[in-house]
Design a protein around this ligand. Structure first.
Ligand code: F6R
Length: 357
């Protein structure tokens, strides 16, 4: 039930700090280490390469998951769009492990891949919010995202929950491989949850950004580099699906290879700047579009902020920025849709779970 909330989406956005804390509780040992089934730990250890298969928002979580597993556990990962995988199958490694990320656990495009790779005898793991779901029952292993029921069609808390579980999977795999971490993941996820709370309390500022940038525009660009790029893809999907504004997420450096032709006077460009190693380059990209008339909005992070930034996020660990950066993008999309009189929880043409190919 949505209680006092006008929409499920807003309620589910607000639930994210609780969801992250809940996940930590569920997967934490008393000594502060990460607890996962031994079978999953072994499957991760035995794999020479992980193949993540997903669609939509869950695919965007997969892109972040690749970075987390490669950086934290030093294991190579590929991420594939489920509906493309079977028809354009990459050359597989000798001992692959397939990870299916799906909020609903019912997405037909993923199931097609699951059936095929099982037939070929490869191990499979489903990360899902619905443990009794088809993909969960049919895979060898399941990791539950514990986000609680997600009712709004646009996925919010399931996405951050997926990234939190992927973090814990990466940490657990690193420990199985004897890799020492220079940070405490449980503590860092706690810091993420608090940062999420701070951001959820900034609704007025975010509603104002939606008003200033998105009230009447036909289109919008999100630009970012490195991890911020993946969040831009998710931010643009959120905005498209609920506000019907044509939105594109772009790698900052790629814009000038063609797409910058679309920038006109007043075109909104929302830039994310939370990555220290590309902070100057993304700001350079903002100048490029501003010089062509774009209405630019910079969302940065403490320690990297510059004068004129529209929003400065609380500092979180550099591996975990996607979990917090997405919150303002979810809220901006929500308010843009609201101001444009769209049906926030049930956007046109969309279903909560896509059970046809
Ligand atoms: C976007 C959205 C969709 C789903 C996609 C995959 O807000 O909800 O893009 O993420 O259809 O669904 P699941 O995760 O259930 O497999």
């Amino acid at each position: 039930e949505k209680g006092t909330y006008p929409h499920f989406m807003l309620k589910e956005i607000d639930e994210q700090p609780f969801v992250i804390r809940n996940i930590v509780q569920k997967y934490r040992n008393d000594d502060g280490s990460v607890r996962l089934d031994d079978s999953i730990r072994q499957a991760m250890s035995a794999a020479d390469r992980v193949y993540i298969i997903a669609a939509g928002t869950s695919y965007h979580a997969g892109l972040v998951g690749k970075q987390l597993i490669e950086k934290i556990a030093q294991k190579p990962v590929e991420v594939h769009i489920a509906s493309e995988f079977l028809y354009n199958m990459p050359l597989l490694s000798e001992n692959p492990l397939f990870i299916f990320i799906s909020q609903s656990g019912e997405t037909a495009d993923l199931r097609g891949v699951l059936v095929e790779v099982k037939e070929q005898g490869y191990p499979t793991l489903t990360i899902t919010n619905v443990p009794g779901s088809t993909l969960s029952r049919e895979a060898d292993f399941t990791l539950h995202t514990y986000a609680g029921p997600e009712i709004a069609v646009a996925s919010t808390k399931a996405y951050t929950a997926q990234m939190a579980v992927l973090t814990l999977l990466a940490v657990n795999t690193a420990s199985a491989r004897g890799i020492e971490l220079d940070f405490d993941p449980i503590q860092e996820l706690g810091i993420v949850a608090s940062a999420m709370e701070t951001l959820c309390d900034q609704k007025e500022e975010l509603e104002q950004i939606a008003r200033d940038y998105l009230a009447t525009t036909p289109n919008c660009f999100f630009i970012g580099r490195a991890a911020d790029y993946f969040v831009c893809l998710e931010g643009s999907l959120k905005l498209k699906e609920i506000s019907y504004i044509q939105a594109e997420g772009f790698a900052g450096g790629e814009l000038k290879h063609g797409t910058i032709a679309l920038i006109e006077d007043g075109t909104p460009v929302i830039a994310i700047a939370t990555q220290s190693h590309v902070n100057l380059s993304i700001r350079g990209n903002v100048k490029e579009v501003a010089a062509r008339g774009a209405n630019t909005c910079i969302i940065s992070m403490e320690g990297l902020e510059q004068e004129g930034d529209s929003l400065v996020l609380p500092k979180v660990h550099e591996y975990l920025t996607s979990l917090t950066t997405v919150i303002p993008l979810q809220l901006i999309s929500y308010y843009a849709a609201l101001h444009r009189d769209c049906d926030v929880d049930k956007p046109r043409n969309l279903a909560k779970s896509v059970t046809v190919e």
